[in-house]
Ligand binder design. Structure first.
Ligand code: PAF
Length: 282
């Protein structure tokens, strides 16, 4: 079932809540793939009804071409979801419905977690994500909302958003879904041709290498090694490779054995920008 207006969705959710149903939200920008389906399956382990929002949020794109080229196909998404789990409700609002006239972000104080990596290379991105999610949480009023760890910095920012805006929703992170070669599932993969899909595998290879090196190497050595890997693959352009503790997401070269570390990558394969990350010592 596809619902397009806030009013119809709130009425529907209210009636479901009267029946004591636990409502889950999986926010997406559509172009659904196996990664989304795994998030939905994960959500059904905790919830009676899952709402999947499909909305390409203009305020989180700092690059107009990226927004323009973002894959959109609501009919295909609906067919995929109906086959996968016919209970699932799709909320596919217009920008007018979500932003009520003024399509612009609020600004949030997320602290250090959005200062580097995606926050550094995509100015305003997390304010856009925060602005749309605040609205979606207000409309859907879910008990729980589910986010993939592929966008780990986003997951941390959403937890912070909920804290600073006092939303009553539990944020649950879900493991990254990967194809058989380790490439993280992403709607942006639809824009890659076969050669580019092959090239994109370097991202997972690099993260795996960093994880293997973690125990015996210092961070400078790991970072240099990964940069060399990308220098040797001229068709993929590394934007950043960083190691940061999960606590503050601030890139560091100093290893503290009491911290949990992750490696983060953003790279361009052709015109398509892909991101991924991996836990290094946990
Ligand atoms: O991860 C995404 O697809 C988007 O950032 C989200 C969470 C749906 C907000 O637009």
């Amino acid at each position: 079932m596809v619902i397009e207006t806030k009013k119809s969705l709130s009425d529907f959710i209210e009636s479901e809540k009267k029946e004591k149903k636990i409502i889950g939200l999986v926010p997406t920008m559509g172009a659904l793939h196996d990664g989304h389906l795994s998030l939905i399956d994960f959500a059904y382990e905790f919830c009676d009804l899952v709402v999947v929002s499909v909305f390409v949020n203009p305020t989180q794109f700092n690059n107009p071409t990226d927004l323009d080229k973002y894959p959109r196909n609501l009919q295909k998404d609906e067919a995929l979801l109906t086959t996968h789990n016919s209970k699932t409700v799709i909320f596919a609002p217009s920008a007018e419905e979500v932003y009520a006239g003024k399509i612009q972000s609020e600004s949030y104080d997320f602290g250090s977690i959005v200062k580097f990596m995606e926050g550094e290379f995509r100015t305003g991105h997390f304010d856009g994500v925060g602005s749309v999610l605040k609205r979606l949480f207000d409309i859907v009023k879910p008990h729980k909302a589910f986010f993939g760890e592929k966008d780990f910095q986003q997951l941390m920012a959403v937890k912070k958003l909920v804290e600073i805006t006092n939303q009553e929703v539990e944020i649950i992170g879900c493991p990254t879904s990967r194809n058989e070669f380790g490439l993280a599932q992403s709607s942006r993969n639809f824009r890659l041709n076969d050669d580019e899909l092959k090239l994109a595998e370097i991202i997972h290879k690099a993260l795996t290498k960093a994880k293997l090196m973690f125990e015996d190497s210092d961070f400078e050595t790991i970072i240099a090694e990964i940069k060399t890997m990308f220098e040797n693959e001229k068709k993929v352009e590394l934007e950043y490779f960083s190691i940061a503790s999960e606590a503050d997401l601030t890139p560091t070269k100093i290893k503290d054995k009491n911290q949990k570390y992750r490696a983060f990558i953003a790279a361009f394969v052709g015109e398509v920008r892909l991101i991924d990350n991996m836990a290094l010592n946990y």
